[in-house]
Design a protein around this ligand. Structure first.
Ligand code: SF4
Ligand code: SF4
Length: 426
């Protein structure tokens, strides 16, 4: 039986099962899941469900030899393979970290400018005036989602928070093309999360993983949050979405968010501290369990043509990639990583010592020679960074060039709205 059909049959039975290479038997992965639901939401990688003990034909398209290779046969190889060392030094993490800090700096600058803009209107329109940075709307993903629906159903660009829509569409497109690179390359919260677990690992000499029985249901929390927001945006007709955006609450949603952090309650501070401590101990705690935006990016990333791909012939089965993976994926057992948890951070690629064994790449060519198989298919770190920048800056440029980047409201209206921002409710 083909892996895909076996997987689907098991899903329709209402349970998700994983055939692990070690146990060579069917074991429940997540207990009961909804019949017909997407197993990948709970399980780390659909290919694990379909790959064990059956032909992993969908894993390496176009390579007959590898296509018929089973997970069992991969893992039972005892003869040590010869290591062909990588020729070039890996710079992926240097480039990725530079991108991360560049976007942290950009967000800090946007935040400062926005704060000064808000203070000007809080003073009744007196003192230092700076223009409103529309880029701050990247922090309004729900407005972005609502405006995207409005745009798709009416064909009209919304006049309130249009930048939120453009940035939302840019980030989703990024996930459709480049896996969940948004999370590990440019999201400031992802960057802070990553620094926290690195600090935690230094302090405690390790990080912790939740037991499987807790990890799987907790991972579904972000989908429940996402489902709620999608329901809200999806159930409102276009006229209602426009009406909501034109309420005082909708117009100053960004100011209200700033005020949430400026006037944080004791409960808010405690929640943030708890999240901070958990992020020190568990890798990417917020992203893995709670972030609905990351959940959406993960679902979009299932369609990405670029994935982490392992070449079983070049791989020496050292397991370094799996040990380096912050998402805990079994990179050393799979020929491609489809998981919604893979953020394209390429930590696994950086850890791999073997030439052509692991890469962020499109489907390999049909070729007997390893180098030929991957020629022209690999997205190196420079190309990945360039693609992210082109998508991001290109979207901003298009929005600006067409006059749809800024929210245009009269200055006196902003004075009234911002001065009373705390009073507006939805
Ligand atoms: S280490 Fe590799 S498999 Fe793991 S999340 Fe990063 S890119 Fe994906
Ligand atoms: S790091 Fe992973 S892909 Fe690279 S050789 Fe070792 S097991 Fe194979």
């Amino acid at each position: 039986m083909q892996g895909g059909s076996l997987h689907l049959e098991l899903l329709w039975l209402g349970s998700c099962y994983v055939l692990t290479a070690e146990r060579e038997s069917l074991v429940p992965a997540a207990g009961l899941v909804w019949p017909g639901s997407i197993c990948v939401m709970l399980e780390c990688d659909i290919s694990r469900c379909c790959g064990g003990g059956v032909a992993v034909d969908s894993e390496v398209e176009g390579d007959t030899e590898m296509a018929t290779q089973t997970v069992e046969s991969v893992t039972s190889q005892t003869a040590k393979k010869k290591l062909v060392r990588r020729l070039l030094q890996d710079r992926s993490q240097t480039i990725r970290h530079l991108m991360q800090w560049a976007f942290v700096a950009l967000n800090a600058w946007l935040g400062l400018q926005f704060y000064l803009w808000v203070r000007y209107f809080e003073r009744g329109g007196e003192g230092l005036y700076v223009s409103r940075p529309a880029g701050v709307e990247g922090w309004l993903p729900i407005a972005g989602m609502m405006n995207t629906k409005y745009f798709l159903t009416t064909g009209r660009v919304p006049s309130i928070h249009p930048a939120a829509m453009f940035l939302f569409m840019a980030f989703v497109t990024m996930s459709l093309l480049l896996k969940k690179s948004f999370c590990s390359w440019i999201c400031p919260i992802g960057t802070v999360s990553e620094r926290l677990w690195r600090v935690g690992r230094k302090v405690f000499q390790r990080t912790f993983r939740l037991p499987r029985w807790a990890d799987l249901p907790l991972r579904s929390l972000k989908y429940l949050l996402l489902g709620f927001f999608v329901y809200v945006a999806g159930s409102l007709p276009a006229a209602a979405l426009r009406g909501f955006m034109h309420t005082p609450y909708g117009m100053v949603a960004d100011v209200k968010m700033l005020n949430f952090f400026r006037e944080m309650s004791v409960t808010g501070i405690v929640v943030l501290l708890v999240l901070g401590v958990l992020s020190l101990l568990v890798q990417n705690f917020w992203c893995r369990y709670l972030c609905p935006y990351g959940a959406l990016m993960g679902l979009a990333s299932l369609l990405s043509p670029l994935k982490i791909r392992r070449d079983a012939e070049a791989c020496i089965d050292c397991g370094k990639c799996a040990r380096a993976c912050p998402a805990g994926l079994q990179v050393d057992r799979l020929v491609q990583i489809r998981s919604v948890e893979c953020t394209a951070c390429t930590e696994c690629v950086a850890a791999c010592p073997a030439e052509h064994a692991l890469q962020f790449a499109a489907t390999p060519r049909r070729a007997a020679d390893v180098a030929e198989r991957w020629r022209g298919r690999v997205a190196g770190p420079t190309a990945t960074a360039a693609a992210i920048l082109v998508l991001f800056l290109g979207t901003v440029a298009v929005a600006k060039a067409t006059g749809h980047w800024q929210t245009h409201l009269p200055r006196q209206m902003y004075v009234d709205l911002v001065m009373h921002a705390d009073e507006w409710t939805h």
